[in-house]
Ligand binder design. Structure first.
Ligand code: TYD
Length: 393
């Protein structure tokens, strides 16, 4: 058998199913297990969750809610214009339009299955197809609009279960000299930071560059450039073109592939070791919480991220440990974390000093949060994080 399971993160709820009541009558759980494919080197969930259960009109994540992300998308847009100057652009997984709104002059097209988000962008002159990306949607968009010089997809391709169809549909609608940019969390960073919270229902895959490269070998597409990003705790921005497109292939691609090989990304042994580190991370995080809880400290959470759902449910950190989460995303506020039932509230401008410990759910925004909460930290406030190992800072 070419796939081997290496990690069992137990029963998990749908991460974006923020509850409207603390004690729900019914809550869906699935088994979160992770496996490695020895042939393609692809790391994926063992059991996929039906997409309709995750991506629907109640989808909570709003990409434009963070200053870091707004700035990152603006900078990327201007970089793309300078480097490729596309005359047409398609985004797969356009969320609330935070990226595409930088391209209003070339009539950007979005694809966003979550209806609540597609409504936002359709209202701002970004034509958005509220459907799942697949061959037939690609054909429909081709018939309506034609081919695209630039296709962008951030934190979406790793969510789509049928990868072969996904890449084929992109190949079909990409202009011959077009560029497709895919951006997703990097498996290498997950392995380095023991950020096992990148595994949750939506992330059907966590990609290494190696796996993407192997998957593209089955298509007419190939990688020609790569950037390492700090977003989402460490991501790869992968530049892809048709093989027939004579653009140069940057040296960084082979260097990064060689680095991953040396790291052991293609070896099952690496994943076995990682699983051991995950178990230790769990034990150590629980013991920190038990220690501080025994002192009757006030503990809250910062950023009710999807990622943190995996941590909270795997480590059994429920509302007995964490009094509440603060989160700036409006449609999470007034609700409860899935599985662990911790209330989520709108943050005050700054953290109050009667809070002893703050669990950093949004650890990927550590820099932004620490600079915003400087006063809390200067006054002796403490954060608990599990990245890269459980600690109080
Ligand atoms: P996100 O980075 O999208 O992670 P995930 O994909 O795992 O959900 O979520 C970040 C969350 O943190 C989002 O709900 C907004 C919240 N947040 C705050 O509440 N305050 C902040 O200062 C920042 C930066 C984020």
């Amino acid at each position: 058998m070419s796939t081997i399971e290496f990690l069992d993160l137990g029963k998990q709820p749908i991460t974006n199913n923020f509850l409207t009541q603390q004690k729900p009558i019914e809550e869906f759980f699935y088994n979160l297990k992770i496996m490695f494919n020895e042939e393609t080197k692809l790391v994926s969930l063992v059991d996929f969750v039906p997409p309709e259960k995750m991506f629907n009109e109640t989808y909570a994540h709003r990409a434009s809610m963070s200053l870091t992300m707004r700035q990152a998308y603006k900078e990327l847009a201007s970089k793309i214009k300078d480097r490729f100057n596309p005359k047409s652009i398609l985004e797969i997984g356009s969320n609330d339009g935070v990226f595409l709104k930088n391209f209003l002059d070339i009539n950007p097209i979005g694809v966003e299955p979550c209806k609540n988000l597609a409504e936002i962008t359709n209202a701002t002159n970004i034509k958005t197809y509220s459907n799942f990306w697949n061959i037939s949607l690609g054909k429909k968009i081709y018939n309506d609009v034609g081919k695209f010089e630039f296709i962008y997809s951030a934190n979406t391709i790793s969510h789509i279960q049928n990868l072969d169809e996904t890449f084929l549909a992109i190949d079909n609608i990409l202009a011959d000299r077009g560029v497709f940019v895919l951006e997703d969390p990097s498996l290498l960073e997950v392995l380095k930071n023991i950020s096992y919270d990148q595994f949750y229902d939506e992330h059907a895959y966590v990609f290494s560059l190696t796996a993407i490269n192997n998957l593209l070998k089955r298509t007419e597409l190939e990688i020609f450039d790569l950037e390492k990003l700090t977003t989402h705790g460490g991501s790869n921005r992968v530049y892809i073109k048709k093989r027939s497109n004579p653009l140069n292939i940057s040296k960084t691609v082979n260097l990064a592939l060689a680095f991953e090989k040396d790291f052991g990304i293609g070896e099952f042994e690496t994943y076995k070791k990682f699983a051991g580190c995950v178990e230790k991370s769990k034990t150590d995080l629980i013991s920190i919480f038990e220690r501080v809880k025994n002192k009757n400290s006030k503990i809250i959470g910062y950023g009710a991220t999807y990622k943190s759902s995996t941590i909270l449910n795997y480590c059994g950190l429920n509302n007995e440990f964490i009094e509440y989460f603060v989160d700036t995303t409006e449609n999470k506020q007034g609700k409860f974390t899935p599985g662990t039932h911790i209330p989520i509230i709108k943050p005050d401008n700054f953290l109050r000093n009667d809070i002893d410990f703050v669990f950093l759910g949004a650890w990927n925004f550590k820099k932004e949060i620490f600079s915003k909460e400087k006063k809390y930290i200067d006054n002796g406030g403490k954060f608990i994080t599990h990245i890269p190992f459980p600690q109080i800072i």
